[in-house]
Design a protein around this ligand. Structure first.
Ligand SMILES: Nc1ncnc2c1ncn2[C@@H]1O[C@H](COP(=O)(O)OP(=O)(O)OP(=O)(O)O)[C@@H](O)[C@H]1O
Ligand SMILES: O=P(O)(O)O[C@@H]1O[C@H]([C@H](O)CO)[C@@H](O)[C@H](O)[C@@H]1O
Length: 154
C-alpha cells in the first residue's frame, strides 16, 4: 500500500533507513496532474531509493489556493500520485507547510520545483539543519494546474 497515515509512515521510513536506502521527500497540492508534475516526480525519484510525497489535504489546499480548489479531492489526488511508478509513498498532511513532515522523516534529499527558490522554502531550512540537501528541479514551462483550469473555463 503506497498511501500511508503518519504512524505507518514512520515505520516504513525507519525500515527504509535501516536498510540503507536514501529517502527523497517532496510536497505539494498536485490537484490536476500534468506532464510537469510527472517529469518532476520522475527526476526526484532518481535522486534516491524511495520517493515520499507529502500531499496537502483539501483544507490546506483551500487555504493556499482559494475556496474553489482543489478540483480533485485528497483521496483521488493521493490515488493518482500513488499510481505513478516514480512515487513510492504518499502521505496526506493538514498543515500549511510540510515542515512537520520533514522534521519527522528527515529525508536525505528535499525536492521542490524550479518555480521556488531555496530561500522561500522553510522545509529546506529545516533539512539543512540536520545535513539534508535541497534540490530544485527545473520547471517544465507552461504546465500548471491553474493553466488547465483557465483553458477549460475558456
Ligand atoms: N511545470 C512544472 N514543472 C516542474 N515542476 C512543477 C511544475 N509545476 C509544478 N511543479 C512542482 O510540482 C509540485 C506541486 O506543484 P503544484 O501542485 O502547486 O502544481 P501547479 O501546476 O503549479 O499548481 P497551480 O497551478 O495550482 O499552482 C511543486 O513542488 C512544484 O514545484
Ligand atoms: O503545490 P505547491 O503549492 O507547490 O505546494 C506547497 O508548497 C509549499 C512549499 O513547500 C513552501 O513551504 C508548502 O508550504 C505548502 O504546504 C504546499 O505543499
Amino acid at each position: 500500500m503506497k498511501i500511508l497515515k503518519s504512524d505507518q509512515l514512520a515505520a516504513a521510513v525507519a525500515a527504509m533507513k535501516a536498510a540503507g536506502k536514501t529517502i527523497v521527500f517532496t510536497n505539494g497540492c498536485f490537484d490536476i496532474l500534468h506532464a510537469g508534475h510527472v517529469r518532476y516526480l520522475t527526476a526526484a525519484r532518481k535522486l534516491g531509493d524511495c520517493l515520499v510525497v507529502g500531499l496537502n489535504s483539501d483544507q490546506s489546499v483551500r487555504c493556499l489556493k482559494g475556496p474553489n480548489r482543489p478540483v480533485n479531492p485528497q483521496e483521488d489526488r493521493a490515488e493518482v500520485l500513488a499510481g505513478l511508478s516514480a512515487v513510492d509513498i504518499v502521505t496526506i498532511f493538514e498543515e500549511q507547510t510540510a515542515e512537520e513532515l520533514v522534521r519527522r522523516i528527515k529525508p536525505a534529499v528535499y525536492v521542490k520545483g524550479g518555480d521556488y527558490q531555496e530561500d522561500q522554502l522553510p522545509e529546506a531550512r529545516l533539512a539543512a539543519q540536520y545535513g539534508g540537501k535541497t534540490v530544485l528541479i527545473p520547471a517544465v514551462p507552461g504546465r500548471s494546474s491553474s493553466n488547465i483550469i483557465k483553458k477549460i473555463k475558456g
